[in-house]
Design a protein. Structure first.
Length: 335
C-alpha cells in the first residue's frame, strides 16, 4: 500500500473543512462589526486611512523535527519569515514588521538563539523589523520545537483578475520549502538516516534547504504591471492555484521533471503522482499568471534575479475548475 498524506496523518479534505469554517467565521465577524475586509488570494486587508494593511501568520511545521534532530535551527527562523512574506507578496503587499513565537520542550538557549538569528537574517533581507515575540517552555505539550511568525504588511496596490488564455509561468523552488514534511519524513526516514547520501547530497542538507525568497521579485513584477496574480505553492501544493481562478476557468499545465528528491519520495513511498502534486511543490515554488503579451518580459525579469523559470501552462475554459497536469513522463493527473 502506497503512502498518502492522510495515511501519514494529514487529511487534506478535513484541513480544507477547517479552513472553510475559519473563513466563514472571519467574514461573519467582519459583517457583525461593520468592518470591510478586502480579500486577496493569501491574506485579507483592512483599510486604514487609505492604506491596505494585512496581518498574516504561518509556521514552519514538522520541518522543525529535522532541525531539532540535527541542531540546525537558523533555517527555522528564516523559513518562518520568508514563508509569510512570500504569501503577502503574492497579493502585492510588502512586509513592515514581524513577531515570532517559539515553543520548546525545555530551556534550550542555543535553539532560541539559532531561530532568532535566522529571523533577523530574513528580516534584513526583506527590510522589515522585528517588533517582538514570545517563547514558551511546555515539556508536557511540545516534544522538540515549534516556530511561528506573524507579519504586518502594507499593500502596494490591487491585482488584476485572471483571464482565459493567460499564461502560467513557473518559478523554481529551492526544495521542499516548508510543506509536505509529515509525508516526506514518513517515507524517507523509513529507509534512510539523515546522514546518508540521497540524490547526491546528505539527506539532512536536502531537507533543511531554506525556503526561496520571492518577495522583492513579486513586488517588482506587480509594480511594472507585468503579472495579474501570483500563487505561492505551499500547503495544498498545486490545489492552491484554484485560489486565483474565476468562474468557468481551469488550468492545463505541462509540468517539468521534478528534482530528484521528489522523485525519491514518490518511488520509495509508492505515492501516487496525483497525491504528489497535492502535497509537494515538485520544484515549482511560485506560479505567475501573465498576459501573453508580457510573458517574454516576465521571463527576462526573473532571469535577472538569477532564478530559473519556464512556461508552465495556461488558463482554459472549464466550468469545474479542473487542474489538468501533463507530467514529463507522459502521464496526466487531475487535481
Amino acid at each position: 500500500m502506497g503512502w498518502t498524506y492522510k495515511r501519514a496523518g494529514v487529511d487534506l479534505d478535513l484541513h480544507h473543512e477547517m479552513h472553510s469554517y475559519a473563513i466563514k467565521s472571519i467574514r461573519q465577524l467582519a459583517n457583525k462589526l461593520g468592518v470591510r475586509i478586502n480579500e486577496g488570494a493569501f491574506t485579507r486587508f483592512l483599510d486604514l486611512n487609505g492604506f491596505g494593511l494585512t496581518l498574516h501568520v504561518d509556521g514552519v511545521g514538522t520541518k522543525s523535527l529535522i532541525a531539532w534532530a540535527t541542531r540546525r535551527f537558523r533555517v527555522l527562523g528564516w523559513d518562518c519569515v520568508i514563508g509569510n512574506t512570500n504569501d503577502i507578496a503574492c497579493d502585492n503587499a510588502k512586509p513592515l514588521a514581524v513577531v515570532d513565537y517559539i515553543a520548546l520542550r525545555d530551556n534550550d538557549v542555543d535553539a532560541v538563539r539559532g531561530v532568532i538569528d535566522g529571523v533577523l537574517e530574513a528580516l534584513s533581507r526583506v527590510g522589515a523589523v522585528l517588533l517582538g515575540g514570545e517563547s514558551a517552555i511546555m515539556p508536557d505539550l511540545v516534544n522538540g520545537i515549534d516556530v511561528v511568525c506573524a507579519v504586518l504588511g502594507i499593500r502596494n496596490g490591487p491585482t488584476e483578475d485572471v483571464r482565459v488564455g493567460d499564461v502560467v509561468v513557473g518559478v523554481s523552488s529551492g526544495g521542499l520549502h516548508m510543506n509536505g514534511y509529515t509525508l516526506a519524513r514518513k517515507v524517507l526516514l523509513s529507509r534512510y538516516k539523515l546522514d546518508v547520501q540521497v540524490c547526491g547530497e546528505e539527506l539532512a542538507d536536502a531537507l533543511l534547504k531554506p525556503t526561496a525568497d520571492y518577495g522583492k521579485l513579486l513586488l517588482e513584477l506587480y509594480s511594472s504591471r507585468l503579472i495579474r496574480k501570483a500563487v505561492h505553492i505551499t500547503g495544498g501544493a498545486f490545489t492552491k492555484l484554484r485560489r486565483v481562478l474565476g468562474p468557468g476557468q481551469g488550468l492545463y499545465l505541462e509540468a517539468p521533471e521534478p528534482p530528484c528528491l521528489f522523485q525519491e519520495i514518490q518511488r520509495v513511498g509508492g505515492v501516487g503522482w496525483d497525491e504528489m502534486y497535492r502535497v509537494f511543490n515538485m520544484g515549482v515554488g511560485l506560479a505567475l499568471f501573465v498576459n501573453p503579451e508580457h510573458v517574454e518580459e516576465v521571463l527576462k525579469v526573473i532571469n535577472r534575479w538569477s532564478i530559473n523559470s519556464w512556461i508552465l501552462g495556461r488558463v482554459v475554459e472549464d466550468e469545474g475548475g479542473v487542474l489538468r497536469i501533463r507530467l514529463w513522463n507522459g502521464l496526466e493527473v487531475r487535481i
